[in-house]
Ligand binder design. Structure first.
Ligand code: MN
Length: 175
């Protein structure tokens, strides 16, 4: 959004972000914003490392696990909730990218609308990506409920959108 090169510190300043917020078209197409209180998107500048989990009491209860990447929130629906114990893994189904504003959203999506039901923030914080490929994502989460090393990897036997979210065992810190 303009002005990017005009920092008073000039060239030595660290660029705030190379990425602009994106309102994903699939997200927009699925929703009727005259009925749903969900964010229309575009109002939040990328921080680069948002992590959030929203508990979503839709027709089937699930937890939406979201990681900021490339100006959007990459999102997975986790039917049983994210794993909290090392060694646990849970099915995570990739869903459409969400706009960054969604990280702060809580509310009730009315009956008859896409995703109807209550959305509450279950956990929030930041994360660090150690590896991010088409097949495997390795992250370190710093949230209030979840922290430590997690992996998401494709579960191709189950389908194209299926992943597994895995809580790794922590390696002992080295002296
Ligand atoms: Mn959901």
């Amino acid at each position: 959004m303009g002005n990017r090169g005009s920092s008073p510190r000039g060239n030595v300043s660290k660029k705030k972000s190379e990425v602009s917020p994106v309102v994903p078209s699939e997200y927009k197409a699925k929703r009727n914003f005259s009925e749903s209180p969900e964010p229309t998107g575009g109002g939040v500048e990328p921080a680069g490392n948002i992590y959030v989990v929203q508990e979503h009491h839709a027709s089937h209860l699930h937890w939406d696990f979201r990681l900021e990447r490339g100006g959007v929130l990459k999102s997975w629906a986790v039917p049983r909730g994210p794993p909290v114990k090392p060694g646990e893994r849970r099915l995570a189904i990739a869903v459409e990218d969400h706009p960054l504003d969604y990280a702060g959203f809580e509310g009730v999506i009315p009956e008859g609308e896409y995703g109807a039901g209550t959305v509450q923030i279950w956990d929030r914080g930041t994360y660090e990506a150690l590896k991010w490929t088409e097949e495997k994502i390795e992250i370190r989460i710093r949230g209030e409920q979840l922290s430590g090393s997690y992996e998401l990897f494709r579960f191709r036997k189950a389908g194209e959108k299926e992943w597994l979210l895995f809580k790794k065992k922590e390696e002992p810190a080295r002296g």
